[in-house]
Design a protein around this ligand. Structure first.
Ligand code: DAK
Length: 261
């Protein structure tokens, strides 16, 4: 970004919540390299910032994000994407974040925009939210985790339908299928998501990180391995100041004071 240029990602904090707003409204937040660089850098800065306990990624009213930037990609060659590590280089920062990440989705979440939301831990959808992986229309394929995360989220039958026919889901159907966590009126989306993130960020950060790691492990291992992982994570809780504080506060009938240790 050069001086005087509008940032492609707006960065704000509200208490212990870091809020990132995608800001390319004229292109419906199409995700070009510069935007993904800024998003990745902001995510990792919040990850390092001990005053932040949860992160929200929001889009605009018409689009969360309409996908990877087709104009930028149209003439790329294999060597261009291979040598620059397209996707891997900057799209995967969200996967490195151990703190909870919430997506606030209104309007279109298409292609890479849908995949970005899928990579978040919680999706709060406004009633206008629309989810699709329409890459097949471009003779492309979802390349930022869509073919992998979508079947895990909603099952093979629905995922195949979306990937092969470009079928678009509205917020209610996405809710029914388990693609999103909650649906709220558009006018309440930002406030609702920030309130949820504030609630989450008020809990013990190392406990949140342990839960996120354990739930993600459910996607990536057998049940018995996952249970073993969960049990170890539970034992580790007994090495944490916050867990003792949380249990004693309950017994003392007072609010806990977490130090995030
Ligand atoms: N890229 C670039 N520009 C886009 C865009 C996109 N994805 N989506 C919209 N825009 C631009 C439009 O070109 C238009 O620009 P102007 O003509 O005003 O200059 C402006 O945003 C407003 O869009 P529309 O005029 O089209 O608005 P409508 O309300 O009529 O339609 C729409 C909204 C979201 C239905 C429509 O814009 C649309 O279909 N957009 C494309 C959606 C799409 O196909 N998304 C998937 C993109 S492909 C990879 C990994 C990942 C990916 C690729 C490769 N590798 C590892 C290699 C991911 C691929 C994708 O995400």
């Amino acid at each position: 970004m050069t001086a005087g240029e509008e940032p492609l990602v707006l960065v704000e904090t509200q208490g212990r919540v870091g809020l990132l707003t995608l800001n390319r409204p004229r292109q419906l937040n199409a995700l070009n390299d510069a935007l993904m660089d800024q998003l990745g850098a902001a995510l990792l800065a919040f990850e390092r910032d001990e005053r932040i306990g949860a992160i929200v990624i929001a889009g605009g009213a018409k689009a969360f994000a309409a996908g990877a930037d087709i104009e930028a990609m149209a003439d790329w060659s294999f060597m261009d994407v291979y040598q620059s590590g397209f996707i891997t280089r900057n799209w995967e920062a969200v996967r490195q974040v151990r703190k909870p990440v919430l997506a606030a989705v209104a309007g279109y979440a298409m292609g890479g925009g849908c995949e970005l939301a899928l990579a978040c831990d919680i999706i709060v959808a406004g009633e206008s939210a629309r989810f699709a992986l329409p890459e097949i229309k471009l003779a492309m394929l979802p390349g930022a985790g869509g073919t992998q995360r979508l079947p895990r989220a909603i099952g093979k039958a629905k995922a195949m339908d979306m990937c092969l026919s470009a079928r678009m889901l509205d917020a209610q159907e996405a809710d029914r299928l388990g693609l999103v966590s909650r649906v709220v009126p558009d006018a309440e989306l930002r406030a609702h998501t920030l309130a949820l993130a504030t609630q989450i960020a008020g809990y013990s950060l190392p406990a949140l990180m342990a839960i996120k790691e354990a739930v993600n492990r459910a996607w990536e291992s057998s049940l018995s391995e996952g249970i073993l992982f969960e049990r170890r994570a539970l034992y580790e809780r007994f090495a944490s100041d916050d867990a003792h504080e949380g249990m004693h506060a309950f017994l003392d009938k007072r609010s806990p004071v977490f130090t995030h240790r």
